[in-house]
Design a protein around this ligand. Structure first.
Ligand code: HEM
Length: 207
């Protein structure tokens, strides 16, 4: 381990994140071509784009499932960590400066929503596809759900990218998601309650 740095994300966690991001961007691009009339006219091969969008969605969900299975307990432990909210998380959400664990409350909400939206994208996408083949599977609310989830995901993504790439206080996190480790000083400042496995961090005594 590099001196002055602590491991933040395992290989499995990083792989899961980048497989998810890659799939999401591809689906967003092909989805927008189908959704925006101007782009549809420009690309013109609607049938092909529709098939690409559907099969890449199937591939995306399949690849995520494979990484989760291969990641095993470590990925499940991360999911449990993201899904546990304590009193400090609630205080943090009310704007108080309280110590946070490996993930702050905002990140936990982002992760829970991202997981829920992935499932909703999958279910509504399958219904849309089957609805094209058989009118019994055609429901008016399926399109509203698929498009609605896309709008909310896009809004979340803009905030996420701002924090990951632009905001000076948080963009160091990108090192954790690419190389796997972050500076000890950054970790203690942003995630004071986080205790990385097998690593001792000297923290100042609370006043
Ligand atoms: C170029 C695109 C992206 C970049 C640069 C990026 C960057 C990052 C970074 C640096 C983290 C770790 C934050 C930390 O240290 O705690 C992270 C976490 C995460 N990312 Fe991304 N990300 C990208 C795309 C996406 C996409 C497309 C999604 C979902 C649709 C996504 C969902 C998440 C989630 C759920 C987490 C964990 C919770 C959180 O930190 O908010 N990311 N991302």
């Amino acid at each position: 381990m590099k001196a002055g740095y602590v491991p933040r994300f395992s290989r499995a966690e990083r792989l899961l994140h980048w497989v998810n991001a890659l799939g999401f961007f591809f689906l967003l691009a092909t989805g927008l071509i189908l959704y925006l009339p101007r782009l549809s006219v420009l690309v013109s091969r609607r049938q092909l784009i529709q098939s690409l969008h559907f099969w890449s969605g199937v591939g995306w969900l399949g690849a995520l499932a494979v990484v989760i299975v291969l990641g095993g307990r470590r990925v499940l432990a991360t999911a449990r960590e993201l899904d546990s909210f304590d009193r400090d998380d609630l205080r943090w959400l009310r704007g108080r400066k309280v110590p946070q664990g490996r993930f702050n409350a905002g990140q936990k909400i982002n992760a829970v929503l991202t997981a829920a939206f992935t499932i909703l994208f999958g279910v509504s996408g399958l219904l849309l596809w089957f609805g094209e083949q058989d009118t019994r599977y055609r429901f008016a609310s399926t399109v509203i759900l698929h498009d609605g989830v896309m709008y909310v995901s896009l809004a979340l993504l803009v905030g996420h990218l701002y924090l990951a790439l632009i905001h000076p206080a948080t963009r160091h996190a990108l090192r954790g998601m690419t190389l796997g480790d972050v500076r000890v000083e950054w970790a203690t400042r942003h995630h004071a309650k986080w205790e990385p496995e097998g690593v001792h961090i000297d923290r100042p005594e609370p006043q």
